[in-house]
Design a protein around this ligand. Structure first.
Ligand code: SF4
Length: 447
């Protein structure tokens, strides 16, 4: 059945705007349904006829699966396109750090503590790892269950609990099922027992298989037992193998609407090389992991992967901008520098971060350029001496200081004279990149 428009869907809904679906109106719900971001069963008032008319076209090509609950829950999947330029990617991959049960208990606990620290602030957003993967390879079932309980006590992050032995999984679930962990991996041998555990404890299930046929066969069998929330975990031995397999799964799910593979996918890094781990991780974020497990707690390895995730999971059709206004960074006073920039989010937060990290306080006057960076704004004819002077005057930065110096980005050094003439201030040309600002301020401002 062809995809229906929001209006087609709306015609089939009760049109009472009761709000029981957590959307204020039936039209709002219809729009989400048309973009396959909700499922029809979230409206409890759909008639049988409407359900028949809508269910085929409104089913998301890839299921949305939730791991954990409460504030730290991670929702993955629900993607509708293969390439980001077609629309956007909706749910960033959850990143989980692996701890193995073979480690000495003190070292293991210390590792979990370090995982808790893997949270960062970047361009105004909190980014960090989302989950802990506890892997069973050595401990017997009851001891593994105790270990999982201990990890759960130390960290609030949702758990991924992996063992080939269903008994070990059950011991762990008896301790932590309230937290709705992701369990697995179900395979050709243990899938019945794993599916029972998934049903009994209401936890999502990871399904492993060597090829796409085996994976599809397993998900079909498991779904017949009533388990709906599954994560595919294809067995891949190398990065090229992962790339090929995950690309094929995404294509079959969203283009061919092949429901046995219409689930989020879990990937892990396979190389022992420190740098290759970063390359593998970023590759999986780009193509097409929904959950990524990493065997490292090193910040220098994790931060690049989080940064790539942050950049890819924004809406390419929406400019990322900050409000155009005068910002105070630190505790600025009459002697503090005044900086000018545009309202591209990355530009502003890079500048703010460098001012703070350099130990300075400053005023930053931010011009509305529809979210364009400095050079793009200039190329697009949005920056002129007159416009910049008007912004500085309107925002009143120069009324707060006892000097007449304004620092502009080095990328628009050519506007220095015209700003100076328009504003009657002394215009200093700053560095071209934010990273050089602390050195510039120490030299040009403090001396
Ligand atoms: S629950 Fe159903 S009837 Fe109520 S607002 Fe949502 S879509 Fe409309």
């Amino acid at each position: 059945m062809a995809d229906l428009s929001a209006m087609d869907i709306y015609q089939e809904l009760p049109q009472t705007d009761c709000g029981d679906c957590n959307f204020p109106t039936c039209m709002a719900f219809a729009m989400q349904l048309a973009s396959k971001q909700v499922s029809l069963d979230e409206c409890p008032h759909v008639t049988e006829e409407a359900e028949e008319a809508l269910s085929a076209s409104s089913a998301p090509p890839m299921r949305i699966v939730t791991v954990g609950n409460g504030n730290s829950e991670v929702e993955v999947g629900g993607e509708t396109v293969q390439f980001r330029h077609e629309e956007k990617f909706y749910r960033p991959p959850g990143i989980g750090i692996t701890v193995r049960d073979g480690r000495d208990r003190d070292r293991l606990n210390e590792r979990v503590e370090r995982v808790n620290q893997l949270q960062f602030e970047r361009v105004g957003e909190e980014i960090g790892v989302d989950m802990i993967t506890v892997e069973n390879s050595q401990l017997p079932p009851s001891e593994f269950g105790e270990l999982v309980a201990e990890v759960n006590d130390i960290s609030e992050l949702p758990l991924i609990i992996l063992s080939s032995d269903p008994e070990s999984i059950e011991h762990a679930l008896k301790e932590v099922s309230d937290g709705r962990p992701l369990i697995g991996k179900a395979n050709g041998e243990n899938w019945r027992k794993m599916a029972e555990l998934s049903e009994k404890y209401e936890c999502p299930l990871t399904v492993a298989g060597e090829g796409l046929e085996e994976l599809a066969d397993l998900t079909e069998r498991i779904s017949e037992t009533g388990v709906e929330e599954m994560i595919l975990a294809p067995d891949c031995e190398s990065l090229p193998n992962y790339l090929q397999t995950l690309t094929e799964i995404r294509r079959l799910a969203v283009k061919e609407k092949y429901s046995p593979l219409g689930y989020p996918v879990m990937a892990s890094t396979v190389s022992d090389d420190l740098f290759q781990l970063v390359a593998d991780g970023t590759n999986h974020v780009l193509k097409f992991a929904s959950i990524l497990t990493l065997d490292t707690v090193k910040k220098w390895q994790i931060l690049p992967i989080l940064t790539v995730r942050q950049h890819i999971y924004i809406d390419p059709q929406v400019q990322n901008s900050v409000e155009a206004k005068l910002y105070e960074v630190g505790d600025p006073g009459p002697d503090s520098p005044v900086l000018f920039t545009t309202n591209f989010q990355l530009t502003y937060y890079s500048l703010e971060g460098e001012v703070e990290d350099g130990g300075f306080s400053a005023y930053i006057t931010v011009m509305d350029t529809d979210g364009l960076g400095v050079l793009n704004s200039y190329a697009d004819d949005r920056l002129s001496g007159e416009g910049i002077a008007e912004t500085i005057r309107e925002q009143g930065a120069m009324d707060l200081v006892n000097h007449d110096k304004i620092i502009i980005p080095g990328l628009v050094a050519m506007l220095r004279i015209s700003i100076q003439e328009e504003g009657d201030w002394e215009v200093l040309v700053g560095p071209e990149d934010a990273a050089s600002l602390p050195r510039f301020l120490r030299k040009e401002w403090e001396e």
